[in-house]
Ligand binder design. Structure first.
Ligand code: HPA
Length: 240
């Protein structure tokens, strides 16, 4: 039976799902890296595909933008389709000045200004954290070892904001002062949805723009660098 937002049948999704924001990127991931990919849902143009990667079943479903959207898709995947693990493959704006365009941020925590998790456990300032197994597997796949930090890949906190077009210099300065690496709009809600359903999640973000310098990736660069995050996500699924 389909859910309100996903038109697939039970069993159509693999236990492991990669989740980009953009439906066209979901199609591209399916075409480029999955074998025997088939379309399993296209409700509202949110495309989902299931295939295999190196013999393991993997699905890809777009999340749309923002925390309400990713919460709907993640919750329905976990609750109604037996999905066990979701890795968001997204973009983020670099906040910390040691980041560069095309760098990858593996989000070991997600602050948020969203009221969504505040409503889950009243009175609690929730800690939005990923699956340790997925986090450590992704970090290992990226080349982190004791005393070794790979070039261009960072593990640390992001902030998941409700608004894209908002100018909050003081807030951003404080977040950076407290070690926050990048801003995006989904990770915190994904982590809370996974916790709520007793499942696992991680967000791996490519830095597509910088808040402290006028710079952005070209479309081609975005796609090429995006592939690196996809490979890290697939490696995490295979080794976690
Ligand atoms: N802000 C919020 N989300 C984003 C950004 C940003 O600058 N870049 C990519 N996703």
């Amino acid at each position: 039976m389909a859910t309100p937002h996903i038109g697939a049948e039970p069993g159509d999704f693999a236990p492991d799902v990669l989740m980009p924001g953009d439906p066209r990127r979901a199609r591209r991931i399916a075409e480029m890296v999955l074998d025997d990919a088939r379309l399993v849902t296209e409700v509202r143009g949110i495309l989902g595909f299931t295939g295999t990667f190196e013999g393991r079943p993997v699905s890809v479903l777009a999340s749309g933008m923002g925390m309400p959207s990713i919460t709907i898709y993640a919750t329905e995947l976990f609750r109604f389709y037996g999905v066990q693990r979701i890795i968001r493959i997204g973009t983020a704006g670099g906040m910390a000045t040691h980041l560069d365009l095309g760098d990858v941020v593996i989000a070991s925590a997600a602050h948020t200004d969203s009221a969504m998790t505040a409503q889950r456990i009243p009175g609690i300032h929730y800690s939005h954290a990923p699956s340790f197994a997925l986090l450590s597997a992704a970090a290992a796949a990226a080349g982190f070892r004791p005393g070794v930090r790979p070039d261009g890949v960072h593990v640390g906190a992001v902030v998941s904001n409700d608004a894209f077009y908002v100018d909050r210099k003081t807030t951003n300065d404080l977040l950076v002062q407290y070690g926050t690496l990048a801003v995006e709009m989904e990770a915190a809600a994904l982590y809370a949805a996974a916790d709520a359903e007793g499942r696992e999640a991680l967000a791996i973000c490519t830095i597509s723009d910088l808040l402290f310098r006028d710079a952005a990736l070209s479309a081609d660069e975005r796609e090429e660098l995006f592939d690196r995050s996809v490979r890290l996500g697939l490696a995490a699924f295979a080794t976690a």
